[in-house]
Every structure is written in structure tokens, then in C-alpha cells.
Design a protein around this ligand. Structure first.
Ligand code: CTP
Ligand code: MG
Length: 242
């Protein structure tokens, strides 16, 4: 079975607040997108990578990955879209023949190779859509809008405490059969046009088709880098390896 990975790197990283796209920000001297591509390659479960890049950075990212000695699989770089969903769709359109497609965020540079293999294994075992998920550590409350009025700090009223044992925070890479992901994106594109609504993950598009999605164990190291503080935490995780 051929496995293709779409590596999403077309975001600007507005919450990180740097002058360059987040995927090019360095962690331990290496850009995030290079870390992520290395881990996909190291898994031994991925045959090719399609990277979605900001339109002005396709050549730079292509040079970085082509020149990296730890990325041996063929890499194609395409311009992403204005939402993550549109970027994945652009990656999918550029994808060659594949029976399994992974979608992975460059913003999760330390996702371990063993996590990549776990997801691919589950798809190869017959699950059409697979996401890694982590149990929640905090107690979770549902709150109601509008916020309560009055003096003091802005407050919201609690509706109830959500039973967290049945909740998972999901990560990437997410894995799919090629056919199911293609159908999900076709459906998602129509919906996005209709309701100006883009999905924040690909499994969500599969769910809205009414198809099954399964969760496998996630990994702490697959944390997403959103803010400057996340980058500091990732630095600590990276230092654990050395
Ligand atoms: N992404 C993408 N195309 C977009 C938006 C996001 O390929 N139009 C990618 C990002 O590069 C990232 C992943 O999707 O690897 C997850 O998105 P997020 O963490 O939100 O990254 P950014 O959108 O870059 O960050 P921000 O939302 O803070 O601007
Ligand atoms: Mg974003």
C-alpha cells in the first residue's frame, strides 16, 4: 500500500507573532517543517510527502527539504490556501496514487515516528479514518453566553461539568483511506462555500459525511506549537533527546 503524507505548513503563525511563517521558525536550530518531515520519513511508513506552503515560500521550503539529509522520500511543495482545509485540499489535488493519506501539521514538529506508524497501522488494518487523541487532564465546564453582568472581572455562568472520561484532544498525523479523504474534502468544499465554514481538522469532514472515525493513543510530543510559550516547551522536549 502506498502512503502519502500531506504536511500542512501554509499558515502564517499569527499567534506566534514572528515575521516569518511559523513553519520556518527554528526549534533547536532546525525549521519546524523540517522537523515534521524528518519524523514522517523516519517512520518508514511514508512513501512521499506533499507540503503546503505559503505562496511566497514554496521555493524556499522546497530547497530546505530537498537539501536535508534526513529527508529521503520524494517531497513536492505546493501553495496552500486561505484556510487549513483549503490547504489540505490543494495538497490532495497534487497527490499522486496512494491508498493511505496522512495529514500532518508542521506545527507539530516533534510528533514521534512511532505515532506516525501507529496511525498508518490502524488505517492499514481497515479503519478509514484514524486520529491520535489524548485524554483531558483538566476538569471541563460548559459555560453559557451571554456573560454575567456586574462589577469585577468578566464572568461566564457554568451550565454543567462535562464528563471528561469520554473526551479526547486530537492531534495529527490523522490517517485516511485515500478515497474517504477525497470524498470528505469534496463534501467539505461544498459546505465551506455554502456556509463560509472551514473545518479545523480532516476527521471532522469525515464525521460530517456520517462515516466512522476511530481514535488511537496520541503522544505528548505531538503537541502543537501555537504560542511562543509552546515553542519553549518544545525546546525542553527536544533537549530530553540530547
Ligand atoms: N495551515 C495551512 N494553511 C492555512 C492555515 C494553516 O497549511 N491556510 C497549517 C499551518 O501551517 C499549521 C497547521 O495548518 O501547520 C495548523 O494550523 P495553526 O496551528 O493554526 O497554524 P497557523 O494558522 O499558521 O497559526 P495561527 O492560527 O496562529 O495564524
Ligand atoms: Mg491557524
Amino acid at each position: 500500500m502506498t502512503t502519502l503524507a500531506i504536511l500542512t505548513a501554509a499558515g502564517s503563525g499569527s499567534r506566534l507573532g514572528r515575521s516569518i511563517p511559523k513553519a520556518l521558525v527554528h526549534l533547536g536550530g532546525t525549521p519546524l517543517v523540517v522537523h515534521a518531515a524528518r519524523s514522517l520519513d523516519r517512520s518508514g511508513a511514508v512513501d512521499a510527502i506533499v507540503v503546503t506552503a505559503p505562496a511566497d515560500y514554496t521555493e524556499q521550503i522546497s530547497r530546505l527539504l530537498d537539501g536535508d539529509p534526513q529527508v529521503d522520500v520524494p517531497v513536492t511543495v505546493v501553495a496552500g490556501g486561505s484556510t487549513r482545509q483549503a490547504s489540505v485540499a490543494a495538497g490532495l489535488a497534487a497527490a499522486g496514487e496512494a491508498s493511505v493519506v496522512l495529514v500532518h501539521d508542521a506545527a507539530r514538529p516533534l510528533a514521534p515516528a512511532r505515532l506516525v506508524r501507529r496511525v498508518v497501522d490502524a488505517v492499514q488494518a481497515g479503519h478509514g479514518a484514524v486520529v491520535p487523541g489524548m485524554p483531558l487532564v483538566d476538569t471541563v465546564k460548559r459555560v453559557a453566553a451571554p456573560p454575567l453582568q456586574g462589577s469585577g472581572p468578566r464572568a461566564e455562568s457554568v451550565q454543567d461539568t462535562v464528563e471528561r472520561s469520554g473526551l479526547r484532544a486530537v492531534q495529527t498525523p490523522q490517517g485516511f483511506s485515500h478515497d474517504l479523504l477525497t470524498r470528505a474534502h469534496a463534501h467539505g468544499a461544498a459546505r465551506a462555500e455554502d456556509q463560509d465554514m472551514a473545518a479545523s481538522d480532516d476527521a471532522g469532514l469525515v464525521e460530517s459525511l456520517g462515516e466512522a472515525v476511530v481514535v488511537v493513543r496520541g503522544d505528548e510530543r505531538a503537541m502543537k506549537i501555537t504560542t511562543a510559550r509552546d515553542l519553549e516547551i518544545a525546546d525542553l522536549l527536544l533537549a530530553e533527546d540530547e
